[in-house]
Design a protein around this ligand. Structure first.
Ligand SMILES: [Zn+2]
Ligand SMILES: [Zn+2]
Length: 600
């Protein structure tokens, strides 16, 4: 039913509207309906009723307006106009969208053994299979199921067989992968590849990443993509048959989920072009940013949701085609996605004072790359070639120093040899300058491998902690402070030592370190290697705003090709609100050399 028809109807007879106690999104409603369908399947309801719930869920997902709005206009009768929603379901929807709860759903949850819904979360296990597994083997948890599969008990369930067992195991692996957070660097390349392919299709108007991926968080939960098109079914067909797809989890009219070849789940949603900006804004988040923005809109008599911006009193649509339009209607700048965490960006955008964040194109080189001379994979010349390919003005060879034996650290003699090789390469490659450097080890007393006689020969000296991570906070801090006081150490490498998913940051007095770094002119590294991203976003911002620190962004590449990880470093710098001026890599090489010498 069109808006016009609904309005005409309302004039005839005002619908009975219940008071709305809590707002619930279409997506949440759809999920609950699917859950109900699942559970009805388990308790043995007719497949007709089960399918009816799935159908209603899918149809609600495809709506272009919030259910609540449809309800407010047309009451229960309005809801019945939604395809796949009968009078029965419409009643349930009314309860759900006005109270945020559904008694029927709560009752069902009590009837269905909880473990079965847990089993049904595994891709490939529907209500029938879950019930059969439960009835024959009495299995109630995922780990029990894995054990039963290992003992080939599942394949012996009548009608199951080895192939089913294999599929279930694959589903479990998939589930596990979906429910751990993914490193940005695992999700970003495949998402970028798919978005670029989507953009090339004639039936796709626009396509973007959304969610924490678009905000470039260090780890992401889900991989959400968004596209706009007048032919959503073509987009769904294309997406679910792309060469990147390993298998299809779900295919709907406007939303599909696939598992990509690298084992990660990717969801794509399609919306109409006129509401693309609103959907992109909504699905990019973060949640706190969106809550704050909605609040702001409310105060100005506006309403924002994933479908557009509206006048709150007349429901007149004011915009939503682009994000800029939405933020513009609120009288503010559009915050870059990397800032959308409700950490002050909304206030700054209102005052039109958002910082101009550092961009990948501002970066003129890298200060921290390893080669075959220590534990790297490539020759110095390979590094030079990659750097030229990246459009860099400089590259720095900074292999490990002597005392890191496991990494084949350089002796003073080897370093001298290396300096000669670099001098020759500098002659040969006029388009780039190769800076000389070393990654020295900060020992337990805060001293490093070499003295001034050797360090003074180098353009850049990085001091890093590579051992004794478990020492007391006092000792670790003392080591770092001593290194910062050393006039030859320009950079503190990976300052907190964290390795995502492996090792927590070491316990150090960050304020003391930031203070000392700022006062001595020592640069703090933002190590861009994707499992480090150290310093992390919040620390960068604190160090800049409260202590006046300066930074270098380094990939710490041990394989020359990994120098492309600079992109993750720049994104993290953006999340730390850093601008070009804060980062040494953005200056001209002559300036850089001058600034590095200043400390000595
Ligand atoms: Zn290191
Ligand atoms: Zn290193």
């Amino acid at each position: 039913m069109s808006m016009m028809a609904m309005k005409a109807k309302r004039r005839k007879k005002a619908p009975q509207i219940q008071e709305v106690k809590i707002e619930i999104s279409n997506e949440e409603v759809a999920r609950i309906l699917e859950d109900i369908g699942d559970m009805l399947g388990i308790v043995g309801e007719s497949s007709f009723r089960v399918r009816a719930y799935y159908k209603a869920a899918s149809s609600i997902r495809g709506l272009t307006r919030p259910l609540l709005e449809i309800y407010k206009e047309g009451g229960v009768k309005g809801l019945e106009e939604i395809p796949g929603v009968g009078s029965h379901t419409a009643q349930r929807l009314e309860e759900l969208i006005t109270t945020g709860r559904l008694g029927y759903y709560e009752e069902l949850k009590k009837k269905v053994p909880a473990p079965l819904t847990e089993l049904m979360d595994i891709p490939g296990i529907g209500p029938k299979k879950a019930k059969k597994i439960y009835d024959t083997l009495g299995i109630t948890t995922r780990s029990e199921l894995i054990k039963a599969i290992e003992e080939h008990k599942v394949s012996r369930i009548p009608g199951f067989g080895l192939k089913t067992e294999e599929n279930i195991l694959r589903g479990i692996r998939q589930y596990e992968k979906m429910h751990e957070r993914i490193l940005l660097s695992d999700a970003f390349p495949i998402a970028k590849e798919i978005v670029e392919l989507l953009r090339k299709q004639p039936f796709v108007e626009r396509a973007d990443m959304a969610g924490s991926l678009r905000r470039m968080k260090e780890t992401v939960g889900d991989i959400d993509l968004l596209a706009s098109s007048d032919e959503p079914s073509k987009v769904m067909d294309y997406f679910t048959t792309m060469p990147q797809v390993s298998y299809v989890l779900a295919k709907g009219d406007t939303k599909s989920s696939i598992v990509a070849r690298n084992g990660l789940q990717i969801d794509l949603r399609v919306v109409a072009t006129y509401q693309y900006g609103a959907a992109l804004q909504y699905f990019t988040g973060s949640k706190p940013h969106n809550v704050h923005l909605r609040d702001l809109a409310k105060k100005r008599g506006l309403k924002i949701n994933e479908y557009g911006v509206f006048d709150a009193s007349t429901d007149e649509r004011l915009g939503g085609k682009t994000e800029e339009e939405i933020y513009g209607i609120l009288g503010m700048q559009t915050p870059p996605p990397t800032l959308r965490e409700d950490k002050g960006e909304i206030e700054m955008a209102i005052e039109h004072r958002l910082p101009i964040l550092v961009q990948l194109g501002d970066i003129k080189g890298d200060f921290h790359v390893h080669t075959k001379w220590s534990d790297g994979f490539n020759d110095i010349e390979d590094v030079v070639k990659v750097a030229i390919g990246l459009g860099y003005k400089f590259a720095t060879i900074s292999d490990h120093a002597e005392k890191l034996h496991v990494a084949g650290g350089l002796t003073p003699e080897e370093l001298d040899e290396q300096l000669q090789v670099i001098a020759e390469l500098n002659e040969r490659y006029q388009e780039i300058e190769i800076l000389t450097g070393i990654e020295a080890n900060i020992d337990n007393d805060g001293n490093v491998d070499f003295g001034p006689d050797i360090l003074s020969k180098l353009d850049v000296v990085i001091g890093s902690i590579h051992g004794g991570f478990r020492q007391s906070k006092e000792q670790l801090t003392k080591r770092l402070l001593a290194a910062i006081e050393n006039p030859y150490i320009n950079v503190i490498g990976h300052p907190t030592g964290r390795v995502l998913g492996e090792r927590p940051p070491y316990d150090i007095d960050l304020p003391a370190i930031f203070k000392a770094a700022a006062s001595t002119g020592t640069f703090l590294e933002l190590n861009a290697f994707p499992n480090r991203l150290d310093l992390k976003d919040d620390h960068l911002r604190d160090a800049k705003e409260n202590y006046g620190c300066k930074f270098v962004i380094n990939t710490d590449a041990h394989i020359a090709a990994h120098m492309v990880y600079m992109e993750y470093g720049v994104a993290t710098a953006q999340r730390g609100w850093l601008t070009r001026e804060d980062i040494l890599n953005t200056y001209e090489v002559s300036e850089i050399k001058k600034m590095l010498r200043q400390k000595r």
